[in-house]
Write a protein that binds this ligand. Sequence first.
Ligand code: ZN
Length: 116
Amino acid sequence: MGKSEGYRQGVIDIAKEYAKKFYNSKQWQDCRRSYISKVHGLCEHCLEEGKHVPGYIVDHVIEITPSNINDPEVTLNHDNLQYLCLACHNTKTFGNGEEVIRDGLMFDSNGELVES
Ligand SMILES: [Zn+2]
């Protein structure tokens, strides 16, 4: 596969093993879909700046951890979600926009890094 260390690290940070089952669950898929339609499919951060940018990823404001992964108040609560475009999500997750995401890599709809 030729994945670099940096790529692996990114995958581990974003899609931790314990969360995989959750991200694949029907509850999350349904929650995610309804949230996206609620925010009209637009990145919420960009919208605050008056820009209409299609969102890309439903992000948990309070990050999912092993201790709250089974708490629907965190994982499936619309109040704990934000819909972000890729640029905003990268900024939030990595603190510095584009460096981590290299050519040929992208997030899929579950927030996992995949080769594009
Ligand atoms: Zn944005």
